[in-house]
Design a protein around this ligand. Structure first.
Ligand SMILES: Cc1ncc(COP(=O)(O)O)c(C=O)c1O
Length: 449
C-alpha cells in the first residue's frame, strides 16, 4: 500500500485525504502568522514514474502518471481497481472533450533553435518550449483543476463518508481569466454547478464564455471601507456557506498544485527520451501554483530516477508587482545557507515577515501574473534557493518584445502572460549565459483575440 500523506507545510497538521478534503489546512486562521498550505507526499513501492514509452503525445497525463496521483492511491486503498480509476479518468476526459473540443494529452516540449537564435542565446545553447496554448481551455490552468476533480470523483465512486453531500455543494472560484475558464470547463464536464466571482471590469468575451459554459458569474463591486479584493471576499463567503473551493491557489485548495505536477513529469519524461536534462527553467509567477507545481513535479521525477538533476529555477514577475522577489530577497538576507530546511521552516512560521501583499493596483500587458500576493511563495523560495536560481523582474518593453519574438520564432499564438517567462530568459541571456546552456520556458496560455 502506498504511503499517502497530506500535511500542512506551515503547521505540520496531518490530513487523512480519504476522510477530509485535501484542500485547506484545518488550522488555517486569518492571522496566526503561519503559512498554511496542504502538501501531498507519496512514498512506497507503488509510487513509480512510468517506463519510457513511444508516442507520448497521444497519452493522457492523468493516466500515464496515475501512480503519482493522490486520487489514484485513495482509489486503490478503498477497493477500486486500476481499471476503475482509468475508466473514471477516461469518462471525465471524454466529457471535457465534449465541452472543449479535446481532452488532456501530454503537450509538446521541444527545443526551438530559431527562438534561441532570435533572443541571442550563446553558441550551442538550447531553448526548450513547453507549449500549453492548445491545452484544455487554452492554458495550463485546467491541469490543476482536473487533478482536483479526479480526486473528488474518486471520493464519490469509493462511496467514502467524506463524499456524503458533496454533490449538493456548489463549486466556487474568484478569477476572471484563465483559471475561471479552466474551472468552468472542468465543472461543466463534471456537471457540477460553479459560481465565479468576477470584478466589474472583467473582459466581456471571457464573461460570455463563462456563461456559455453554464457558470454563474457574480460581479463584485468594491465596497467603501472594505480592504482587499472584493472577488476574494465573495469567494470566501461562498465557501463559508458551504461551497467547495475550486481555484488554483495552494492555500485554498492544496491539492490543486498536484494536477500541475503533470507539467514537471511531462518535461522530465520528454527530456529522458531525448537523453538530456535542463540547466535552467524560467517560470512566470502570479499566485505561484504554476511554478510550485513545476518544481515539485521535477523534484519527484528526479527522486524516482527519471531525471538526472534539477534545473536552476528562475521566477519572473513584472515591474508592476513583484511580491515574490521581495519575499525572496528578505529570505536570502537572513537564511542560513548551511541549514536551508531550518530557514524554510522559520519562514513558514513567520509568513508576514516575508510575503507582504503588494500595496498598489498593478498594471501590465502580462495581466495574468499581477497577483498582489504569491500564495505559493514558500515552495518557490525553496525552489530558487535549492537550485541556485533567482527571482527576476521584467519591464513592459521586455514583455512586449518577448511576446513578439516568441510568436514569430515559434509560430505559437501565445499571450503576453504566457510568454512572460521568455522575457526573463531574454534578460538572463543579455546578462550573459554560458555556451551550450540548456534553458526552458513555458508558453502557458493562448492569446484570446
Ligand atoms: C497563462 C498563464 N500563465 C501563468 C500564470 C501564472 O500562474 P500562477 O498564478 O499559478 O503563478 C497564469 C495565471 O493566471 C496564466 O493565466
Amino acid at each position: 500500500m502506498a504511503n499517502v500523506r497530506v500535511t500542512c507545510s506551515g503547521c505540520g497538521a496531518v490530513v487523512a485525504a480519504d476522510a477530509r478534503l485535501a484542500f485547506r489546512c484545518p488550522n488555517a486562521a486569518e492571522d496566526d502568522g503561519i503559512d498554511h498550505v496542504l502538501v501531498r507526499r507519496l512514498g512506497g513501492p507503488e509510487v513509480a514514474f512510468p517506463e519510457p514509452a513511444a508516442a507520448l503525445a497521444d497519452q493522457n497525463p492523468f493516466i500515464r502518471y496515475q501512480r503519482l496521483l493522490l486520487g489514484y492511491h485513495v482509489a486503490r486503498r478503498h477497493g477500486l481497481t486500476d481499471a476503475d480509476f482509468c475508466g473514471l479518468v477516461e469518462d471525465l476526459d471524454a466529457a471535457v472533450a465534449r465541452v472543449d473540443g479535446h481532452g488532456f494529452r501530454i503537450t509538446p516540449f521541444a527545443p526551438k533553435p530559431a527562438l534561441a537564435a532570435a533572443i541571442g542565446m550563446p553558441a550551442g545553447a538550447e531553448v526548450w518550449v513547453k507549449d500549453e496554448t492548445a491545452n484544455v481551455s487554452g492554458s495550463h490552468k485546467a491541469r490543476h483543476l482536473m487533478g482536483v476533480m479526479i480526486y473528488l470523483k474518486v471520493l464519490e465512486r469509493a462511496g467514502l463518508p467524506v463524499a456524503e453531500g458533496l454533490r449538493a455543494r456548489r463549486l466556487a472560484i474568484a478569477s476572471c481569466g484563465n483559471a475561471a475558464l479552466a474551472a468552468a470547463v472542468i465543472a461543466r464536464a463534471a456537471e457540477w454547478p460553479l459560481d465565479v466571482f468576477i470584478p466589474t471590469d472583467a473582459e466581456a468575451p471571457v464573461v460570455d464564455r463563462l456563461k456559455d459554459l453554464g457558470a454563474i458569474c457574480h460581479v463584485m463591486e468594491r465596497q467603501a471601507g472594505q480592504p482587499g479584493d472584493p472577488c476574494y471576499h465573495g469567494f470566501r463567503r461562498a465557501v463559508a456557506e458551504g461551497s467547495l473551493p475550486f481555484g488554483v491557489q495552494g492555500n485554498e485548495v492544496g491539492l490543486a498544485i498536484e494536477g500541475g505536477h503533470t507539467l514537471g513529469w511531462e518535461m522530465a519524461d520528454i527530456l529522458r527520451d531525448a537523453g538530456t536534462a535542463l540547466d535552467l527553467l524560467v517560470i512566470q509567477v502570479g499566485g505561484g501554483a504554476l511554478g510550485s507545481a513545476c518544481y515539485q513535479g521535477l523534484k519527484e521525477a528526479q527522486a524516482l530516477g527519471a531525471l538526472s538533476h534539477l534545473p536552476a529555477i528562475f521566477t519572473v514577475q513584472t515591474m508592476g508587482a513583484y511580491p515574490l522577489k521581495q519575499a525572496f530577497t528578505r529570505f536570502a538576507g537572513e537564511a542560513n545557507p548551511e541549514d536551508l530546511a531550518g530557514s524554510l521552516r522559520h519562514a513558514a512560521r513567520n509568513r508576514a515577515d516575508f510575503m507582504k501583499p503588494w500595496p498598489a493596483t498593478p498594471h501590465s500587458v502580462a495581466h495574468g501574473i499581477l497577483d498582489d500576493e504569491t500564495y505559493d511563495w514558500l515552495a518557490l523560495v525553496e525552489a530558487m534557493a535549492a537550485t541556485d536560481g533567482d527571482a527576476r523582474i521584467v519591464g513592459e518593453p521586455r514583455l512586449i518584445e518577448a511576446n513578439r519574438i516568441g510568436r514569430e520564432a515559434t509560430e505559437i499564438a501565445v499571450s503576453h502572460t504566457g510568454s512572460a517567462g521568455l522575457a526573463g530568459l531574454i534578460d538572463l541571456a543579455a546578462a550573459g549565459l554560458p555556451e551550450g546552456v540548456r534553458a526552458a520556458v513555458l508558453f502557458t496560455g493562448a492569446e484570446r483575440n
